[in-house]
Design a protein around this ligand. Structure first.
Ligand code: BEZ
Ligand code: FE
Length: 301
C-alpha cells in the first residue's frame, strides 16, 4: 500500500484487511491446475491491494458493478464492450507486448481491433483493396522477410482500414465489403497494392466505455492507421498496423496501439504525379513503404 492510503489506518484494521486477502488467496491453494491457481491467486492479491490502496467506498463498488453490468448488456455478437474496455485500459496492448517478445528486427505487433472479418476478397499484386470505399488513394508497397533477411514468398497479407469518414465497411450494416482484402507476397517477398490514406476515427463510444472516457477527460480517437495481419509457414503470425507520421493523434491513441517503429511516411503526391503502376488518379495520392519482418514461429506467442 502507498503511504497516503495507509495514513490513519490502525494496525488492527490493517491486520484485519491483510488476513482477509491472505485467506481468499489461500482458498485457491488446492486448485489442481497450477496455472489457474497462479492466475487466481495473483488476481486476488492485486485486486485486494487495489481496493485497500484506494480505500474503495461502497458507492464506488456499486458504480463499478453497474458499469460492468452495462458492459455486459451492450455486448453481443457484433459489439464487444469488454474488449474495448481492455483496449482503452491498455490491457490488450500489454498482452500483445508480452506475447510478441522482441526477436531481432521482427516487426512490432499491435492490437487486433474489432473490425477484422474472415473471408476478405483476394487481390492480385498491385490490386485495389478499396472496392469503392471513399478516400484519397494510397500506394502501399514493401517486402516480407524473416529475421535472417531472407525474403518470405507466399505470405498471406490481410489488410483492412476505415474509409475517409472513419467507418469500416461492417459499421454500415448493409453487407458491403470495402477497404479490406488479402494478397500474397511474390517469390522475392515483395508486395504492393492500392488502398486509401488512413484517417482518424473514434472507437465506439455510445456505451459505458465511452462514458468512462468522457468522465475521465480522455479522447475516444484512434490515430490514423492501416491494419495488417501477415501469416506464413514457419513464422509467427504478425498482427499490426502502420501509422501516419505527423498525425496529431499519435501521442494519444486511445488504445495505446502506437509503436514508434510502426509510424511511416505517407508521402503525398500532387495531382498529376505519375503513379508507380501507371494508374490514372484524379487528385492527390499518397505513397508509403512498409517492410515487414516476421519472427520465426518457434518462439513464444
Ligand atoms: C481498431 O483499430 O479498429 C480498434 C482497435 C481497438 C478498439 C476499437 C477499434
Ligand atoms: Fe482500426
Amino acid at each position: 500500500m502507498t503511504l497516503s492510503s495507509t495514513r490513519g489506518i490502525s494496525p488492527e484494521q490493517s491486520a484485519r484487511e491483510e488476513e482477509l486477502a491472505a485467506r481468499v488467496q489461500a482458498s485457491f491453494d488446492s486448485c489442481r491446475d497450477p496455472r489457474l491457481k497462479e492466475l487466481m491467486q495473483a488476481l486476488v492479491k492485486h485486486l485486494h491491494a487495489f481496493l485497500r490502496e484506494v480505500r474503495l467506498t461502497e458507492e464506488e463498488w456499486h458504480a463499478a458493478i453497474e458499469f460492468l453490468t452495462a458492459a455486459g448488456r451492450i455486448t453481443d455478437d457484433r459489439r464487444q464492450e469488454f474488449i474495448l474496455l481492455s483496449d482503452t485500459l491498455g490491457a490488450s496492448m500489454q498482452t500483445v507486448a508480452i506475447n510478441n517478445d522482441v526477436r531481432g528486427d521482427a516487426t512490432e505487433a499491435t492490437v487486433f481491433g474489432p473490425f477484422f472479418v474472415e473471408g476478405s476478397p483476394g487481390i492480385e499484386p498491385g490490386g485495389d483493396i478499396s472496392f469503392g470505399a471513399a478516400g484519397e488513394p494510397c500506394w502501399i508497397e514493401g517486402t516480407v522477410s524473416g529475421v535472417d533477411g531472407d525474403p518470405v514468398p507466399g505470405a498471406r497479407i490481410e489488410v483492412w482500414e476505415a474509409d475517409e469518414d472513419g467507418f469500416y465497411d461492417v459499421q454500415y450494416g448493409d453487407g458491403r465489403v470495402a477497404a479490406r482484402a488479402h494478397l500474397f507476397s511474390g517469390e522475392d517477398g515483395t508486395y504492393r497494392f492500392w488502398g486509401i490514406t488512413p484517417t482518424p476515427y473514434p472507437v465506439p463510444c455510445d456505451g459505458p466505455v465511452g462514458k468512462m472516457l468522457e468522465a475521465t477527460g480522455r479522447s475516444p480517437m484512434r490515430a490514423s492507421h492501416l491494419h495488417f495481419m501477415v501469416e506464413a509457414p514457419g513464422c509467427r503470425t504478425l498482427v499490426t498496423h502502420i501509422f501516419v507520421r505527423g498525425d496529431a493523434l499519435l501521442g494519444s491513441d486511445t488504445v495505446f496501439g502506437v509503436r514508434e517503429s510502426l509510424i511511416k511516411d505517407f508521402e503525398r503526391r500532387p495531382p498529376g504525379t505519375p503513379t508507380p503502376d501507371g494508374r490514372v488518379v484524379d487528385g492527390s495520392w499518397t505513397q508509403v513503404r512498409f517492410d515487414i519482418v516476421l519472427a520465426p514461429s518457434d518462439v513464444r506467442g
